[in-house]
Design a protein around this ligand. Structure first.
Ligand code: KG4
Ligand code: ZN
Length: 342
């Protein structure tokens, strides 16, 4: 009999539900929240309320699209953290109720681990080649930037991480300085395609080990824009393509530098991208080219699996289910939830 997992994701501002059967995707419904756009960032109170409104219709649609009735679901997996507490509470409480009413196991999932495990989602009729262990994953999202050595589905070691802003935050904050809407990452990507990546130079941080830092870049970008705009009003608007291309080039170069060093030092022959910033075309191209130049295997997720989605929660819950890692009904969300072996 198939193992059918219903996955629920509600850690930030996307309400999502997905169904997978034996690791193969059947549905992945994502409801974004437009309400935050006018505030230039996610407003936690509004996010929780929108999750509460969306969760029942989103789960209902995911089950219908998958053609799976509730009584066929083997277990429900949900994001326990990290994330916004109010948002996590909605998904956690819903999942507890769902599991209890169906008499099925409840499975907590770490959101970051889940971003990485998208590489194991099987597409119906698609190629089923999966990464082999160990591989290095560059996990880049709005809240996290980490270099992870993935030893097994549920055993991962963080080799380096940001000591201040995440890469996604750097994109979003710099976009805001240029007057672009939130989240700014995709906008920078869009303008960067038409610009010259060498038009402007921004300093690279010097950080020990495999760690990252992006707050210095944001500050120097701010001062650069202020100066240029003072001398030449309208500079930002006129130079938006070159600014975006140069900024994106700098962020990608910073990310790639440590990835390269880690791959060389460990001798690991396979590298993967994950997280919202993995949707960035500059980063995707850089990783693909890196793989070709160094003869490494690279894994670049489908765009829909880069930003927050419940398919990643469902696939992680599937591997936990196989290992019998179930949760009790008194489990509570963790806004700061570390990961590693579990
Ligand atoms: O993983 P995610 O959906 O949410 C978190 O867990 O944080 O990542 C969201 C982040 C945002 O900072 C957003 O600007 C960034 O991913 N992002 C991008 C692109 N698409 C999303 N950044 C650069 N280029 C993109 N194309
Ligand atoms: Zn995420």
């Amino acid at each position: 009999m198939s193992v059918i997992i219903l996955g629920i994701e509600s850690s930030c501002d996307d309400t999502s539900a997905a169904v997978i059967a034996d690791g193969a995707i059947l549905s992945n419904v994502i409801a974004g929240q437009e309400v935050h756009r006018k505030y230039g960032g996610v407003v936690p109170e509004l996010a929780s309320r929108a999750h509460q409104q969306n969760i029942v219709p989103v789960v209902d649609l995911a089950l219908r699209e998958a053609g799976i009735s509730r009584d066929r679901v083997s277990a429900v997996g949900f994001t326990r953290g990290p994330g916004l507490m109010g948002s996590l509470l909605v998904g956690t409480s819903f999942s507890k109720g769902f599991a209890l009413s169906c008499g099925i196991p409840l499975i907590e999932v770490n959101h970051l681990q889940a971003h990485i495990l998208v590489h194991f989602i099987k597409e119906p009729g698609g190629e089923s080649a999966q990464p082999s262990f160990p591989f290095i994953c560059l996990l880049v999202s709005g809240g996290h930037t980490q270099l992870v050595i993935v030893k097994d589905h549920l055993s991962m070691e963080i080799a380096g991480q940001t000591i201040d802003d995440a890469a996604g935050e750097a994109f979003d904050k710099c976009a805001k300085l240029m007057g672009l809407p939130y989240p700014g990452g995709p906008w920078i990507d869009k303008y960067a395609v038409k610009g010259n990546p060498k038009a402007f130079y921004f300093p690279r941080p010097s950080v020990r080990g495999f760690d990252y830092s992006f707050s210095g870049l944001k500050t120097s970008f701010l001062y650069f824009l202020r100066e240029r705009e003072k001398d030449d009003p309208g500079f930002i608007k006129r130079s938006i393509n070159d600014l975006c291309a140069s900024l994106q080039y700098t962020i990608v170069e910073i990310l790639m530098q440590n990835l390269d060093r880690l791959a060389r030092e460990t001798g690991i022959k396979e590298v993967a991208l994950a997280g919202g910033v993995a949707a960035n075309s500059g980063l995707r191209n850089a990783v693909a080219e890196y793989g070709r130049n160094r003869n490494l295997r690279v894994r670049i997720p489908k765009p829909v699996y880069t930003t927050d989605n419940a398919a990643m929660i469902a696939i992680t819950a599937y591997y936990r289910y196989l290992k019998g890692h179930l949760s009790a009904q008194d489990v509570t969300p963790e806004a700061r939830f570390g990961f590693g072996s579990s």
